[in-house]
Write a protein that binds this ligand. Sequence first.
Ligand code: FE
Length: 210
Amino acid sequence: MDEHSPYDETRRRLLGAMVAAPFLLSGSQLLRLGFGATVQEGTALSPTPQCGDDDDDPTPAQTEGPFFTPRSPARTSLLETGLKGTKLTVTGMVVTRNCRPLSGALVDFWQADDAGEYDNKGYRLRGHQFTDAQGRYRLDSIVPGLYPGRTRHIHVKVQAPGKPILTTQLYFPGEPRNARDGIFHSALVMKMAAEKDRRAGLFNFVLDLA
Ligand code: FE
């Protein structure tokens, strides 16, 4: 149960900051936190889950790996000046087994940069957010680079309020290394669409909740 506490703490701190000192968040940050208006912008992929088929199996858990850093910044975009690589958006929903959208669910991403390196001193390419009222999230980032022994992947922790943490990873379709990575799981492959200037991934997290 101890592993829930950092997230509950993060949530309390975030909500506390918003209530006590809303002026600390700019208008655009507030817009990002309530990002419902922009979640489908520029992508033809619909996050609406196909309930009643195989998609309602709970999302499998995966190893956290060695590079998780707690207390990532609250942000939906990991893009920053000087960051190299192909832009990537990942959108989707967090839902229960019965396809009930989970609002206020924590989604915490971390990933390697274009050269396959993690920032283990700071928070580059690390960030958490909470799903909106419809259970949606949106990540703006880059396509992670490859590093020895692994196929291309993004790490993520997902937690509905007060519920256990799901730690897992997302994968890219058509990657030559998928077949040779012992951690790779086909149920964790994003649906991808090619955009003009970036790649767009879709993935719905199904938590093992009723
Ligand atoms: Fe990794």
